[in-house]
Design a protein around this ligand. Structure first.
Ligand code: CA
Length: 417
């Protein structure tokens, strides 16, 4: 399949991907678009012209909205239809846009000329703790290698409820937070700017149709409720966290800012990169078991740009397959007590670390709590992130001749106010 739009082989946005996002053109209101190559396709204009007047949309207009929420609520048949219509319109064999210069001028915007916004109004946000190596490394630091994992870790996907109001779109600067920390050898805490500023390389998925309060979603139905995935950076203040509560971050160590990428890659686009979930030992309880449960082969990287580095430096390379618990298991567990999810809720993976030292997903692990600082190509060292540093997370699935990518989530650290 090929588009009449030129797409470079290394582009994250070929016709096989078509991620959805919310963009604001220079002269116009925010609306729904799809990324193709270096362009954005304006779905609001196409909807206005009747291209989505199909039974799956039930007469609803969803693409002139400034969030994906109404579209998310429609569910998988509508998502599939929207993808099929969009893919058809962009296909090199389809003349509708290809041969209509006037319409093309209306529906295509250069990505560099638009402002991306959060893809959804995120009502609730949950952060899991689903990477075995991350949990094991952090547990080893806290309790030693013999008790690294809590007894429940391989029986249920551990998570905490995060804060939705401080989730920001990629490109937003993040300010170093203040908080209580306790210096070594001191019984009492001090107040001041965090000195252990960290990132966490994560992915997250957006919920489509929710479930009524009291009605769990069975694991074999989970995928019907998952629209797609984004990249996420769960900024963390480790010194605040160490004094506040360990090992998770249920409060101020985490809720000052969380960044996500603007383009949502659908499960349909990820289908060619689906892999069976590895056998879990011990076998999970029946409500967490599905015979065809799956993960994806998605390569993940974090790049650090300091004020003096000449180019961003790759500080970790990991893979989505390093998650022990699947997204279906996370969703089934989240709702098993009857907790209701809603369109636009965001469920994140937790830091994704691999088995090797260079595949760890945060500074805490990469420097082993500051004991082994990273040395950058220009000789600078880092125990933690410093003011002026820019941290970028990117990810993509590689196919033969094209890649299905997420773009990036990036943010620069501003000094404490
Ligand atoms: Ca996290």
């Amino acid at each position: 399949m090929k588009s009449f739009i030129d797409v470079a082989p290394a582009s994250h946005f070929p016709i096989q991907n078509l991620p959805f996002g919310i963009f604001k053109p220079a002269n116009g209101s925010a609306r729904v678009g799809v990324a193709i190559g270096e362009l954005v396709l304006d779905l609001a204009v196409l909807e206005e012209r009747g291209h989505f007047r199909v039974p799956e949309f039930d007469g609803r207009n969803v693409f002139s909205a400034d969030s994906l929420n109404s579209f998310l609520a429609l569910g998988r048949p509508a998502w599939r239809k929207a993808r099929a219509v969009t893919q058809h319109l962009l296909n090199s064999e389809t003349p509708i846009l290809r041969d209509d210069a006037e319409l093309r001028a209306r529906v295509f915007h250069a990505q560099k000329d638009v402002t991306m916004q959060l893809p959804a109004r995120i009502g609730d946000y949950t952060d899991f703790y689903s990477s075995y190596h991350h949990a094991h490394n952090v547990g080893t630091m806290l309790r030693g290698p013999d008790n690294a994992l809590m007894p429940n870790w391989k029986w249920l996907p551990v998570a905490y409820h995060g804060r939705a109001s401080s989730i920001v779109v990629s490109g937003t600067d993040v300010r170093r937070p203040h908080g209580q920390t306790r210096p070594p050898d001191s019984a009492a805490p001090v107040f001041g700017a965090s000195r252990s500023f960290d990132f966490e390389l994560e992915t997250a998925f957006l919920i489509g149709p929710g479930n009524p309060l009291g009605s769990p979603i069975a694991i074999d139905q989970a995928a019907h409720h998952i629209f797609g995935l984004v990249m996420m950076n769960d900024w963390s203040a480790r010194d605040v966290q160490a004094w506040e509560y360990q090992p998770l971050g249920p409060f101020l160590a985490k809720n000052f800012c969380t960044s996500i990428s603007p383009w949502v890659v659908t499960l349909e686009a990820l289908e060619p990169f689906r892999k069976p979930l590895p056998t879990q030992d011990p076998e999970p309880l029946p409500y967490l078991r599905a015979p065809d449960d799956f993960t994806y082969d998605i390569q993940l990287e974090a790049h650090l740009q300091t004020r003096t580095l000449t180019a961003p430096h790759t500080i970790t390379r990991t893979n989505f397959q390093n998650l022990y618990w699947s997204i279906a298991q996370q969703l089934a567990h989240h709702t098993v007590n009857g907790c209701n999810l809603q369109p636009g809720d965001l469920l994140a993976s937790g830091t994704i670390s691999g088995a090797t030292e260079d595949s760890r997903g945060c500074m805490l692990e990469l420097t082993w709590r500051g004991a082994n600082p990273l040395t950058l190509p220009n000789g600078e060292t880092r125990k933690w992130l410093e003011d002026g540093d820019r941290l970028t997370i990117t990810g993509w699935a590689q196919a033969d001749g094209y890649r299905v990518g997420f773009g990036e989530v990036t943010g620069q650290i501003l000094p404490a106010a």
